[in-house]
Design a protein around this ligand. Sequence first.
Ligand SMILES: [Fe+2]
Length: 183
Amino acid sequence: MSKQNPNDAITQKFVLELNAVLAIENAGMERLHTRIQESRLDEIKQQLQQHLHESTDHQKRLQKIIQDMGGEPTQEKSGLPLPVYPDIIWNMMSNSMTKQEWELKRAEEDLIVENAEAVCYTMLIQKAKAGGDMFYDTLESLSLNLKDEQHMIDWINNNLPGMLTRLWPSMQTNHSKDNSNDQ
Ligand SMILES: [Fe+2]
């Protein structure tokens, strides 16, 4: 249980930061569901499924520490930090990229999202440490969440080259004919 006064301004600001990350996790879960549905590679499907379970734990940990600090866990979803391409480039991508290329592009986007989550947890841990005793109780949960994010980042980094090698032959032979509904 928190020893803080819920009305303390610093605590409220920290709760706000925790809720901001919770909103990213909430949005990330929605994206993971979509990715599991669409992925054509069994190993990435399984890894995404595992990370979905981990993300459920992330939500629960964040919800608990927010409540322990007297806050209300958000159910809102943030926008995810993914590139929004210029129309002209987006149209060319939509008209030319094969399913295999989209598979790689989505994996690239997975990596962007997971890195962003890791940055958020790293910053929260730094702020919690700066708060000393006030936020000490949050450190274990935040560190566990960061560890999962880092594991997911490492998995993608380690497996992207193999995915590229496997998809490359079909990327060379397949063209835009089969991808018009992919995005
Ligand atoms: Fe994540």
